[in-house]
Design a protein around this ligand. Structure first.
Ligand SMILES: CC(C)(COP(=O)(O)OP(=O)(O)OC[C@H]1O[C@@H](n2cnc3c(N)ncnc32)[C@H](O)[C@@H]1OP(=O)(O)O)[C@@H](O)C(=O)NCCC(=O)NCCS
Length: 336
């Protein structure tokens, strides 16, 4: 039987550490408010003067992941790049990353699935690999939020949450009879809630897509109905957990570590409570990085491996909910 395994992982954070205290220079907020509502203490942002795009962060993370996998760029059959903050409106950042890796013909697919971009990417890569359409896939989740946030008091509910960063995983097939690799995936979307978390412009339904008036109104910035997203996440995450376990034919107790999207510490604590999970079974690092959207799950995964929390034989569940809204879960077991 052919399964999909993760051969190497890597992460990269820009160097500018922005603390909650730093935020108080730009907006009316407090360290206490941010920590109490979100758990976040600091995040990393690209340099204020610009010049660093999401493919640059993705490149650094990819280099680390590929070195650990023992791959060279020319070994890649495909790049999947998950981001909601592409370097350009088009073409996709996967094309830019391929070019930065020195590749000239390798297919590159961008995924615009926001916080579940990694989950959608992993399920897609697994399907390509198991069907034999591709052998070696580089999956990247990366974001540069900081250049697109309203850091005045008007945008404070959103601006304090998001961080920049990137993480990458290398995926390849393995021939085995063992129950390992990507065990099951469940993906969902409900566009009726699109306006609960969105950035309006540039908008192809408007002509022009972006105008001075839109800029004045802040239509280029993300807006969020935080309470609605919170409620929806707390309902959908337990549901999709049960669904993916059922699909894989495994009990909840078979999962060694849950790696939820790092949207808000309180959401993930509510998930743990609803599922009656002990603290050590749910991984958190939002305190240090903020919400890095498509990068958040692979970033936490890479960190958990490095810390030795998971390794050979461990079973991990990746799960999350975000803009779209989209939500999903993927179960993965390291080969023993
Ligand atoms: C965003 C979130 C932290 C806001 O917390 P909340 O308890 O819902 O707070 P509210 O939005 O109701 O705002 C409460 C008050 O705090 C204020 N506030 C908002 N942001 C603030 C900030 N950064 N600092 C200080 N006060 C702030 C609001 O203006 C409001 O003031 P008011 O009562 O005088 O009107 C919370 O809703 C949340 O995390 N939701 C989930 C969001 C999420 O996960 N998004 C990512 C999905 S991928």
């Amino acid at each position: 039987m052919q399964i999909t395994v993760i051969k190497g992982t890597g992460r990269y954070l820009p160097h500018r550490c922005v603390t909650n205290q730093d935020m108080t220079r730009w907006m009316e907020t407090t360290d206490e408010w941010i920590q109490q509502r979100t758990g976040i203490e600091q995040r990393y942002w690209v340099p204020e003067e610009g010049g660093v795009g999401v493919s640059d962060l993705g490149l650094e993370a990819s280099r680390i992941a590929m070195a650990r996998a023992g791959w060279k760029p020319e070994d890649l059959d495909m790049i999947i790049f998950a981001t909601l903050s592409p370097d350009l409106f088009f073409p996709g950042s996967g094309c830019l990353l391929a070019h930065k890796l020195g590749l000239t013909t390798t297919p590159a697919l961008d995924i615009r699935q926001q916080c579940t971009g990694f989950l959608y990417g992993l399920a897609t890569a697994d399907a390509y690999i198991r069907s034999g359409l591709a052998k070696r896939i580089l999956l990247v989740g990366a974001e540069v939020h900081s250049t697109g946030l309203d850091i005045s008091t008007r945008g404070r509910d959103v601006a304090v949450i998001f961080g920049d960063g990137a993480a990458a995983v290398c995926l390849e097939p393995m021939e085995t009879d063992a129950k390992a690799g990507v065990l099951a995936s469940c993906l969902h979307a409900d566009g009726s809630l699109a306006e609960s978390l969105m950035a309006y412009a540039p908008a192809s339904r408007d002509n022009p897509r972006i105008s001075e008036q839109m800029l004045r109104e802040g239509k280029q910035y993300p807006v969020m109905d935080g309470r609605n997203i919170f409620k929806y996440a707390v309902r959908r995450l337990p549901e999709v957990t049960a669904e993916v376990l059922k699909k894989a034919g495994l009990p909840l107790s078979a999962v060694d570590l849950f790696i939820p999207h790092q949207a808000n510490l309180r959401i993930n604590q509510a998930f743990a409570k609803a599922m009656e999970l002990p603290d050590e079974k749910v991984y958190h690092n939002i305190q240090r990085y903020g919400n890095t959207t498509a990068a958040s799950i692979p970033l936490a995964f890479d960190e958990a491996i490095e810390k030795g929390v998971i390794g050979a034989g461990s079973t991990v569940m990746f799960l999350g909910l975000g803009a779209g809204v989209t939500w999903g879960a993927v179960l993965y077991r390291f080969p023993g």
